[in-house]
Design a protein around this ligand. Structure first.
Ligand SMILES: Nc1ncnc2c1ncn2[C@@H]1O[C@H](COP(=O)(O)OP(=O)(O)OP(=O)(O)O)[C@@H](O)[C@H]1O
Ligand SMILES: [Mg+2]
Length: 320
């Protein structure tokens, strides 16, 4: 359904060129859900923005984002607007900055419905109430007449999810939808995504730092580091047998209930500078066992299919 080929995203800045996404290729089949994980700055959000044509003006994009046999990168604003919300929607990283603080929820929801479906205001209000019920907001009649600041963080996030499903899109991109929520609400929101998948047949691209929430929702997993894919494949296979040291590190950082921790585990080292990334293997400055080839910069990152539906970076797999 969505087929991304050799995608590069860079940004021109006074300090130099930020290479945010470097040669990323993957596809998302219909009714599959994909989690994208990786630490801060690894390129997750910019990858998502490129799918909806939302990159900043200083961005340069190369490659292909094929959706319904068209390259999204070659569409104009009008054509993009037909895809946004209706076919592919996004839930942004912070609901408070995405909801308009001066508008009641009713107006914000109704506007989308009227724009896309041509409903009257009354029809749109009925539909908005239905959507708030679908995202399990308990008192939808009260909520619809509230301003965003009158709602809890969890309710705001439910409203955002509601907005994203109004047009029953084929793909919902959720960018860190639970970061600012407590664990109980996090788990309710994740259950909601599972309900939406079933009810609306939507595919979900879930962007997160949190490996702990991936397995319940997404059948596919993509691990990014420094704008590149380090590991990709079936979530269960990767959880069972991670092949990349970074994936192993991410899985180790998830606290387990039966282990006694004196200190939370972390991945040693710092994120790389995206203007001057390391030569050769991008992961070598974080790797505990880099070979001479990685250090000398004679290797280049590329994926190999190590097992069926399980790809890993061909350089790093040799360092484990
Ligand atoms: N307009 C811009 N100009 C310059 N650099 C940018 C711009 N937008 C994003 N970047 C850079 O692109 C890189 C990737 O950013 P991105 O937002 O995709 O990270 P992320 O993986 O989503 O991180 P986080 O988990 O913190 O949200 C970062 O180094 C970021 O600073
Ligand atoms: Mg982000």
């Amino acid at each position: 359904m969505l087929d991304i080929k050799n995608l590069y995203i860079s940004f021109k800045t006074p300090e130099g060129i930020v290479k945010a996404v470097n040669n990323v290729s993957f596809n998302l089949p219909k009714n599959e859900s994909l989690a994208i994980v990786g630490e801060s700055g690894s390129g997750k959000t910019q990858l998502a923005y490129s799918i909806l044509g939302l990159l900043d003006k200083n961005a340069e994009v190369k490659g292909q984002i094929n959706y319904q046999n068209k390259n999204i990168l070659s569409l104009n604003e009008n054509e993009l607007n037909k895809i946004r919300s209706k076919k592919i929607s996004i839930i942004f990283q912070d609901p408070m900055t995405s909801l308009n603080p001066y508008m009641k929820i009713k107006k914000q929801l109704n506007e989308i419905i009227i724009n896309h479906n041509g409903f009257t205001n009354d029809q749109a209000t009925n539909e908005s109430l239905r959507i708030l019920d679908a995202v399990k907001i308990q008192d939808s009649k009260k909520t619809i007449n509230s301003y965003p600041h009158e709602l809890s963080g969890g309710m705001r996030q439910r409203v955002m999810i509601g907005m994203s499903i109004i047009c029953k899109p084929e793909i919902i991109i959720a960018d860190e939808p639970t970061t600012s929520l407590d664990v109980t609400v996090q788990s309710q929101i994740m259950d909601l995504f599972n309900d939406i998948k079933k009810e609306f047949n939507s595919s979900i691209i879930l962007i997160t730092h949190n490996m702990g929430i991936v397995q319940n929702i997404c059948s596919q997993l993509m691990v990014m580091y420094g704008g590149k894919i380090m590991e990709l494949g079936d979530t269960n296979k990767i959880f069972k047998k991670p092949l990349h040291p970074y994936t192993k590190g991410l899985l180790d950082t998830v606290p387990k209930i039966d282990e006694d921790y004196k200190k939370l585990k972390t991945i040693k080292g710092n994120p790389i500078n995206m203007i001057n990334p390391p030569t050769g293997c991008i992961f070598r400055t974080r790797c505990s066992n880099p070979t001479n080839e990685c250090k000398q910069g004679t290797t280049h990152n590329a994926l190999i299919e190590r097992e069926s539906h399980h790809w890993v970076d061909q350089c790093c797999v040799n360092c484990i």
